[in-house]
Design a protein around this ligand. Sequence first.
Ligand code: GDD
Ligand code: MG
Length: 347
Amino acid sequence: MKALLLAGGFGTRMRPLTERLPKPMAPVGNRPWLEHLIAGLKEQGIREFVIAVKHYPERITEYFGDGRKWGVSIRYAQEPVPLGTAGAIKNAEKWLDGRFVAINADVVHHADIRALAAEHERTGALVTIGLVEVADPSQFGVVEQTEDGRIVRFVEKPPREEAPSNRINAGIYIMEPEVLKKIPSGREVSIERETFPQLIAEGCRVQGVPIGGYWMDMGTSERYRRIHWDLLDGKLELELREKERGGGIRIGEGTEIAQGAMLVPPVLVGSRVKIGERAVVGPYAVIGDDCVIGRGAKITHSILWDRCTAAEAAQLNRCIVGSGLKIGSRHLLHEAVVNVIPEAETI
Ligand code: GDD
Ligand code: MG
């Protein structure tokens, strides 16, 4: 079975981090989430991928190329204009043959795709949608089901009081290729607002199946942070390059920690990082590769992407800092999400 990964959204709710980066490329535990996703799907036997790209596509295509380095094959379906979630799938039609799994690439999860596909096969559905339960479904696609799991209503982002249930679309679909025939080409089509309601109205079998395990839509900076704290707390399990040094401290290769600096767990420090004297890193800090943490700097509840500098005595609390950004000496940042345009791109 091939996997179609939807990775072309503008990530507006995660700006400025996604200003020049597709949301699925945001690092989770110091590696692009999309890389974890592809590796996880490969573990489940998926070897052929199509990635639907639009926003800064080269950030994805240049990173993964043809996928060989990851032991998979990757093709790209690039939209001339944003085509929406169904339009993007339609645009990839030429790469799809037979049953496939379509996945919102910004969702962090451990879904068992094989179990979902087995249930799809058992019920003979046209589409099987993976479901999760959340306390507030109003930010998601919400479903109403019959007792046998058939979806009889799909409503995207309803006002909270109008949500028919707490079961929401997890953004993972097993699809029969016939669905592609039902999506119009050449215009924007939302799978949530148009295709699913239409299939249900036509009486097609659209099945909803709960997926177990961890699930979180990256969506906002707040949820992006939550994903990291869950990773540090062990609620989200991912393969990390950094070695566990005991007591909730993980450190990458070539990292230098000065005498008198303090790592307060849980904490994840990447490779080739330099941490100066009397600096305090953690609790809940994720430091990207090649960062420099100056003398006496303090980083708590924050995520720094790679190549960042927090100069002497800088203090960061509840911050997210984009790649290559320098925080000046004695600068104090609280609850900031900051990013910088790479020098090569500055006009
Ligand atoms: N190629 C392409 N083109 N991809 C797109 C486009 C597009 O025009 N629009 C969105 N995407 C991609 C995004 O990059 C993301 O990976 C995925 O499709 C979902 O888009 P979001 O913008 O993140 O949607 P959402 O989180 O508000 O809602 C969706 O996901 C929820 C689960 O996380 C919906 O599918 C909801 O029903 C669902 O509950
Ligand atoms: Mg999303």
